[in-house]
Design a protein around this ligand. Structure first.
Ligand code: FES
Length: 348
């Protein structure tokens, strides 16, 4: 049954080619193109973006979602080719006494594309007796066809190779295609989705491996060189893409129960290896702890191994030699992993 409701004055509504209108609980995208009004549902099929706040192409009549650019034809609500089988509802309009009226009962159904199965990006179920899982993430970059000795990567390899009775995975960010964060969060907190929208739509992007590894692991070890007093740029590329994990926690309107439920990396044990020719090791470690702590991770006692030659002895030829020969550094890495594993078995 029709349920006509007043939207507003035709003369006012004509001033914008696209606008968002709310009537009761419902949100509509009202367009005015070629002297015709049309109404489609204001909520995007993808992640609920506000279609009425998007843009309209006057040539094709397609409304573009402001969040991730999905398009819908303004009269039929159908997706742009080849997605025309998917649609948002459309609504009837009429003009009465200078006012635009809308029948808030939809004339067509919402038809969504079957979403891809993202269950591989959920925390795997643990069975009693499962081994502890350790993930190493090496953030050093180099020409991998002509590799050089990386002190941070070598110490990580050393530590992982010495682990017994655990499952180990390692990723080298320098060998992976991690697409930089596109900053959807800056449009709206809900536009930053998990899995990240880049993961959903860019098949070449490999950040999904990191997401999967992080959810899989009990212990996460980050190894990074110091670059101008900071972690490597590859580390930050990964960290930015983890906004999509952090963002699921950090909504101000969430209840404590929601927050508890949404901390995907809660209580994962994080440790780190930070090496460099110059100093600032402690600052880099502090920065890493700030970030991973914000994600709900915890740290063993002394969660880090650091090494640098310092400001006045930046003799990198000796630095590499020093690390190659340093039994002390290797022992420290082994002990750090021991503390991290103990923290999984007997959390403090
Ligand atoms: S394109 Fe509309 S919410 Fe993503």
């Amino acid at each position: 049954m029709a349920n006509w409701q007043k939207i507003g004055s035709v003369e006012e509504l004509k001033k914008k080619s696209l606008q968002e209108v709310k009537v009761g609980e419902k949100t509509f995208a009202i367009s005015f193109l070629n002297n015709r009004f049309a109404a489609i549902d204001g909520i995007c099929n993808h992640s609920g973006g506000p279609l009425g706040k998007g843009t309209i192409d006057p040539k094709t009549g397609h409304i573009k979602c402001p969040w991730h650019n999905w398009k819908y034809e303004c009269e039929s609500g159908k997706g742009e080719p080849p997605y025309q089988d998917f649609q948002v509802p459309i609504y009837a309009l009429k003009i009465e006494e200078g006012n635009l009226m809308i029948d808030v009962e939809a004339r067509t159904e919402r038809v969504k594309e079957k979403s891809k199965d993202w269950s591989f990006l959920t925390p795997p179920k643990r069975k009693k007796g499962d081994k502890i899982r350790v993930l190493g993430i090496s953030c050093t970059n180099m020409d991998f066809k002509n590799p050089r000795y990386s002190t941070s990567d070598a110490l990580l390899d050393w530590g992982l190779a010495n682990l017994r009775k655990v499952e180990v995975r390692k990723y080298n960010l320098g060998k992976m295609n991690i697409v930089p964060c596109e900053g959807y969060y800056s449009k709206d907190k809900s536009a930053c989705t998990f899995p990240c929208t880049i993961t959903q739509f860019n098949s070449k992007d490999e950040m999904w491996k990191i997401y999967q590894g992080l959810l899989w692991a009990d212990v996460i070890c980050i190894s990074t060189p110091v670059r101008w007093g900071q972690a490597s740029s590859l580390y930050y590329k990964m960290q930015e893409r983890m906004n999509s994990i952090e963002n699921q926690i950090d909504h101000y309107d969430q209840t404590p129960e929601d927050i508890e439920h949404s901390i995907a990396l809660k209580n994962k044990v994080v440790c780190m290896i930070v090496t460099g020719g110059q100093d600032n090791i402690q600052s880099v470690m502090g920065e890493l702890m700030r970030f991973w702590g914000q994600l709900g991770c915890r740290f063993p006692v002394l969660p880090m191994v650091g090494h640098s030659r310092g400001w006045s002895a930046e003799d990198m030829d000796h630095n590499v030699d020093f690390v190659k020969k340093s039994n002390r550094l290797r022992k420290e890495v082994d002990e750090m992993f021991e503390r991290a594993l103990r923290d999984v078995i007997e959390p403090k």
